[in-house]
Write a protein that binds this ligand. Structure first.
Ligand SMILES: [Zn+2]
Ligand SMILES: [Zn+2]
Length: 127
């Protein structure tokens, strides 16, 4: 599939990467619309991290429901891009915003979770 990735200071490239597959129960989404956030502008301006597929504000349709039984293929969705651990005290009390891992693996902000400036993406971790 095609994606847009950072390849230097104020530089992006269109390139081919492997299609995402559902791992750890994650949902795979075909991206229909992707927004540009201020943090995307900062990453583009800095040229870092190089190789990042940005984009964490998006909408799309479900291609693979992963472990979610409340979704079906073709459902129109968006996703929280954050990655709370689901195990800590903050997560267990539904205060995911205070989890130390909330942004550690966020979609489109970290190299391990490519974002929505691509034709498809895997959702954030399911907990
Ligand atoms: Zn944002
Ligand atoms: Zn947590």
């Amino acid at each position: 599939m095609k994606c847009v990735a950072i390849n230097g200071v104020k530089s992006l490239e269109v390139k081919e990467i492997a299609d995402p597959v559902s791992v750890d129960g994650r949902v795979v989404v075909e991206v229909k619309k992707a927004g540009i956030c201020g943090s995307d502008i900062h990453n583009w301006d800095a040229g870092a991290p190089e190789g990042l597929v940005m984009g964490h504000e998006f909408s799309g349709v479900v291609l693979d429901t992963g472990s979610r039984t409340d979704l079906k293929i073709g459902d129109r969705v968006t996703s929280l891009p954050i990655s709370p651990c689901g195990e800590c005290e903050a997560c267990k009390s539904d205060n995911h915003q205070y989890c130390g891992q909330t942004w550690a693996h966020a979609l489109g902000l970290t190299l391990d979770n490519p974002g929505s400036m691509a034709q498809k993406l895997p959702s954030a971790r399911i907990w």
